[in-house]
Design a protein around this ligand. Sequence first.
Ligand SMILES: Cc1cc2nc3c(=O)[nH]c(=O)nc-3n(C[C@H](O)[C@H](O)[C@H](O)COP(=O)(O)OP(=O)(O)OC[C@H]3O[C@@H](n4cnc5c(N)ncnc54)[C@H](O)[C@@H]3O)c2cc1C
Length: 400
Amino acid sequence: MSEQLQVAIVGGGIGGLTAALALWARGLKVAIFEQAVELSEIGAGISIHTNAALLLQRIGLTDSIKKIGVPIAGLLLRTSAGEAIDFSAGASSGVQTYNVHRAEFRKLLADAQPEGALHLGHRLSRASQTDGRVQLTFTNGATVETDLVIGADGIHSTLQREIGLKTHPSSEGIMAYRGLIPSRQLSWAKDIGGKMRMWLGRGRSFLCYPVSSGRLMNMVAFVPTNLKSEESWTAPGDLNMLAAEYAGWDDPVLETIRGLDETFRWGIYDRAALPYWSTGRMTLLGDAAHPMVPHLGQGAAQAIEDGFTLAVLLEGAKRQDVPRLLKVYERLRLERTSQIQIMARETGRFFRSEYQDGAERDQLMVRWIAATGRIHGHDAEKTAKEALLLPGNDEAILTV
Ligand SMILES: Cc1cc2nc3c(=O)[nH]c(=O)nc-3n(C[C@H](O)[C@H](O)[C@H](O)COP(=O)(O)OP(=O)(O)OC[C@H]3O[C@@H](n4cnc5c(N)ncnc54)[C@H](O)[C@@H]3O)c2cc1C
């Protein structure tokens, strides 16, 4: 048997695909098993903030992201009536960040995989461990044996269940309407460049940013709801109901809603942090490990940080070291992602509040900017490398 570790990743979403690329880049052998028979993604935008952009840059993806994305050139905040909220976004890190279309980004990540690495039509049903190996069973009848498995299979993760964990969703009382509209149809979008625009009002917010090299404008509108909406990228929303939510708001908001042909709605559910992610040779990453409400735009970025952390820890590792290294990974990532889960929750509340007192809002804004700056400034690879160098670290970790 060769000494090169064999890694199986369950789930070919943004988290699974980037983890695979990070692991390949460090010489590991990776197979990705994705339940879908073909890779498709819904039409929605996603922001790749500095902490993720930095890592993707290191594996040489920046040029391809540049081709599909729009460089982020700041955020313009407005009240629902359109008055500017003045704030400074802090110092630039020197790493270019991008807004991308999810489908284009996922395709880019899939196309960058070595040939034969991505196995479509493989839905995991069982995972078990014996004799220092993991056995995976898929609903198509296939079975695979591997040295370790990473569950990157999203919020309804099967591997999470196989590890003995369960998350309990609780509604945030919010849902997100999403939509895409050709930018050229929007009079207000002519001079926007790569700027993101966000309007904040009572119980609601409205965010727009360009994707697909500027051709499309992505819209995400967070509104209160007592409906039981699915967590689904494809559940259709009602354009009239969306318009009613924003009656009387700033003109660009109304123009954007009028211009939409269709909208989709995603129920926003929150989940508490999991107590642990790894057992033996099985671990989790991305939404399977730390599902979070989307108000910070950090869900995918944290999945990307997870994958790069694993790659640093597993590079050159021996088979017998895997359970210990997965505990190192868990310890490194669980604390940070739990804090970000909390912060994402608080950010949602902040965005939805209507501040009669502008000074109170501005004070909160300063704190929010400082906190997001800390999230964006993190270097997951550097942190993982430093953790490997800590003497005596392993003993403590083994008792977790
Ligand atoms: C409205 C909204 C806006 C957002 N905006 C941002 C943003 O701007 N920036 C950001 O960083 N994040 C954002 N997020 C969060 C981000 O979308 C998620 O955190 C990210 O997609 C998680 O990636 P993942 O790979 O962990 O999971 P997923 O993308 O859910 O991928 C999981 C994959 O696993 C597959 N799978 C599931 N079960 C199995 C199985 N049993 N066997 C095999 N395969 C399986 C699925 O088919 C899927 O392909 C947003 C989320 C929402 C809802």
